[in-house]
Design a binder for this molecule. Structure first.
Ligand SMILES: *Cc1c(COP(=O)(O)O)cnc(C)c1O
Length: 414
């Protein structure tokens, strides 16, 4: 079976991590080396995860309680949870299906005197055009925060007009170090406050990171084609929902004590692995991925909609499609050896009670219909062709008008 998502780290990277666990390391120096790999170096905070950095940002920025933070209507649940934890109100901004960018018109309508900032999520590997968004934000004095967790491409270091850009190297992300994040912050004072809060955090211990390395040795071992098929069959036999279990296996910080878990400094071993990943970024693999995606798009033609496909540049970190029979299609694909999934950690941000008109209908329509197809350089073209054939035969096309009519209702008024 073709696994839904490959963990993007090599055996040598993991081996390096294991060896480094036994060697002494200088936290300050390795942090500095990672920071220097970023364009300006001294404008970044290197931390355990994007969630850690975002939580630090909201602690340090001290928006008044009840302030609004406009957000791309789709993000991971934890990001929303962090906003709420700081007494702020997340306000969804509906997205444009072709690019997954927050709509500027919807954004303009959601801005009230309570608005303080905007969180733009670059979704699925594509990149949102920031210029018009940043312009609108400037006019209203909003802080522009970019969530680049899904959009790292080896070169991208954050849009110059964003105030904050956050990059994740968590387990399912491109060029992962099985953790770690780089947060670029333009305002030096704000960055200083974030750094001093960060310095008060306890450190992730080597043993914690070692456990993580070993867990992913296991997951990588289980995700080879043959073992994966055996595991999926075993789960079916035991009547366990394979899709759900596989979906939650690769998620960090699960369960209770969420804030205790994210409020830690990264282990120097994690940082050493991150440095290695950044220095040896594999642009060739990325290029292959883009080529495979282009081929699949060509094969799928008009049969299904691919959300976000029009954004540029695009790494195709994941390859989602929208269909009217997502569960059925995912089942068919899995029977044929393609571990397609509807599982993801993304949620649609609900409209707050005070603004029911901000409900993100398009985002909900997208999430109800989404299926992620497995796609990566290791898949030979014949297999991609076979997968595309199943999709074009079995997919009930999501009614385009469903998205267009919603889009038409989104024209700014007044
Ligand atoms: C993965 C992800 C995050 C969280 O990144 P961590 O480094 O794991 O905290 C935030 N936002 C989006 C859109 C993500 O995909």
């Amino acid at each position: 079976m073709w696994v839904r998502k490959r963990i993007d780290i090599g055996g040598l990277d993991i081996a390096t991590g294991l060896v480094r666990c036994a060697l002494p390391a200088d936290q300050g120096r390795v942090t500095e080396r990672v920071a220097r790999l970023w364009a300006h170096g001294d404008d970044v905070l290197v931390c355990l995860s994007v969630r850690t950095g975002f939580d630090l940002l909201l602690q340090a920025v001290r928006f008044p309680r009840g302030s609004h933070l406009l957000m791309s209507a789709i993000n991971i649940g934890d990001m929303v949870r962090i906003v709420e934890h700081h007494g702020l109100v997340p306000v969804p901004v509906d997205v444009e299906p072709s690019t997954m960018a927050p709509r500027v018109g919807a954004m303009a309508r959601a801005i009230t005197p309570a608005a303080r900032g905007l969180v733009v999520a670059h979704l699925f590997g594509g990149r949102v055009a920031m210029r018009p968004i940043a312009e609108l934000a400037r006019r209203h004095g909003l802080m522009v925060i970019e969530d680049c967790a899904q959009a790292f491409d080896g070169g991208f270091r954050g849009h110059p007009e964003a105030d904050v850009s956050m990059f994740s190297f968590g387990p399912i992300k491109t060029s992962t170090a099985l953790g770690g994040a780089v947060i670029r912050v333009g305002d030096r004072q704000l960055l200083g406050r974030m750094r001093s809060l960060h310095q008060g955090y306890p450190s992730q211990t080597r043993v914690m990171y070692l456990r993580r390395l070993l867990k992913y040795v296991g997951i990588k071992g289980l995700s080879t084609r043959l073992t994966l098929r055996a595991v999926a069959q075993l789960f079916t036999l035991l009547k366990v929902d394979y899709d759900r279990v596989a979906g939650s296996a690769a998620r960090g910080f699960a369960g209770r004590d969420f804030f205790d878990r994210i409020r830690r400094q990264p282990s120097p071993v994690l940082l050493a692995v991150l440095e290695r990943r950044l220095r040896r970024f594999d642009a060739f693999q990325l290029c292959l991925q883009q080529r495979k995606a282009a081929r699949l798009l060509e094969l799928l033609g008009d049969h299904v909609a691919c959300p976000g496909v029009a954004s540029q540049p695009h790494t195709f970190w994941v390859f989602p499609i929208l269909v009217d029979n997502p569960a059925e299609l995912a089942g068919r694909l899995r029977e044929a050896g393609f571990d397609a999934t509807r599982q993801h950690s993304l949620t649609v941000i609900p409209a707050p009670a005070e603004g029911p008109a901000w409900e993100a209908k398009t985002a909900s329509a997208i999430m109800e219909r989404i299926v992620y197809l497995p796609l990566y350089p290791q898949m030979p073209d014949v297999e991609i062709e076979r997968m595309a054939q199943i999709v074009t035969r079995a997919a009930r096309r999501a009614d385009r008008r469903c998205f267009e009519s919603l889009a038409a209702g989104d024209v700014p008024r007044g």
